[in-house]
Write a protein that binds this ligand. Sequence first.
Ligand code: C2O
Ligand code: CU
Length: 543
Amino acid sequence: LIPKSYDYEVKEANFTRLCKNKTILTVNGEFPGPTIYARRGDTLIVNVKNRGNLGITIHWHGVKQPRYPWSDGPEFITQCPIQPGANFSQKIILSDEEGTLWWHAHSDWSRATVHGLIVIWPKIGRPYPFPKPYVEYPIVLAEWWRQDVEAVLLDFLKTGGDPNTSDALTINGQPGDLYPCSSSETTKFIVEHGKTYMLRMVNAAMNLFLFWGIGGHEVTVVGTDGAYVKPLKSNYVVISPGQTIDLLFKADQPIGQYYIAAKPYNSQPAISFDNTTTTAIIEYKGYKKLSLSPVFPHLPKVNDTNASVNFTGSLRSLASRAHPIDVPMKITRNFLFTISINTMPCPNNACLGPRGLRFAASVNNITFASPNISILDAYYGRIKGVYGDDFPNFPPLFFNFTANNLNTSLQTPLNASELKVLEYGDTVELVFQGTNLVAGIDHPMHLHGHSFYVVGWGFGNFNRSRDPLSYNLVDPPLQQTIAVPKNGWTAIRFKADNPGVWLMHCHLERHISWGMEMAFITKNGSKAGESILPPPPDMPPCT
Ligand code: C2O
Ligand code: CU
């Protein structure tokens, strides 16, 4: 029997990592936070009690919340923060999600430590589309700062430069034995020879894509973002911030110890080495301590973009009788959104970005200006002047998006709160076009309230007459976060059948802080069961 309701007390707690004791924000004093267990189609209640010092919101990443955006969580998009001392009872309304999702804070940078897994099993009596694993283990990948994370955020917003990098990566809260003062706490998984194990993994890191693998063992990927995929065998995986990956591995190697390891993938050419690696240990039952160190996985080089796109581009949905797909074939709305890093003026040109400017980031050249009341409230209550509904379908200017040495005059974006309005039932094709402004880099784009099919991708500029010919409309993966390759494009399709206000953003925290976000409004349909449900009585007030 699994619980249908959870109490989440958001509070400060003491942790020691890397020989330093500090206070972090947690749920129920845990890092990573508690796992939520559910079955497909369940509705759960989470009573969030804010006993911390700052306002906070919690988001159920990948949960579509049909007709109920009120519980979605992004600050000033669907709600105002839950103030210290206040409570908010949130619903997690599952529909067709099955596999692994996660939850995290969605206000300032508190998600660094306020996050956890959501495990969604099949309905009672329904099998997995793969042999039942012997045991399932969670793998929560995250980052650890010696500094206070709020201080890192404030400092980086004030200086307009890049944020301080974290001091360690972690697996289930522990940096692992390659970091100082961490070896005795290294996460360890005991396995029995011959058995198959399932790992439910999320990349909860703030700013890093990760390469991940198990020494000596091949893995079989079976799911991502709460949907199954065709079994994909690989020696490594790449996982975007925000993404989840479910995989199986068989303990079929000689009795011994094997490292699970994760290290950054970074597509920027300036970065050619990285010595940040987090580890956990897989130990076979019957292992006798030897002087040998555990077997290390072969992971791609830090800037190996081919290794990244080869993995991500190999994911396919099951598209089977039991797990059919539903890719929109007739498209009613076509969009091309550029996703760019930008720069903006700063008082006295005194910022730490290039040429004394501050960094910004944009979608279709608009860097999102967050209102300080909830957009959902404004939409539902018809309050004027909070947001605009003129988000452009295309970039305001077509230029050679991915060329080298782009004119710096292209770098300054508009600053606005513009939303894109969709009719209920619209079938949307959206091409994310990366640009080489300031820095071409991969962006993990995430859409709330929907899953989307990733139908195509490529390097360079999207070509409207040529590229759609090579779309995969047969078994494209169903995802919620997709890494758009640097100086490249990715095409997604989804159906707008979830009325509400739904945020879309880059899941690199520094890019969302620079404004790489926008939101969709999906209008109510005309039939019963196609309208937003009324708000709960305990919505956090906006004053
Ligand atoms: Cu992981 Cu806006 O969310
Ligand atoms: Cu980004």
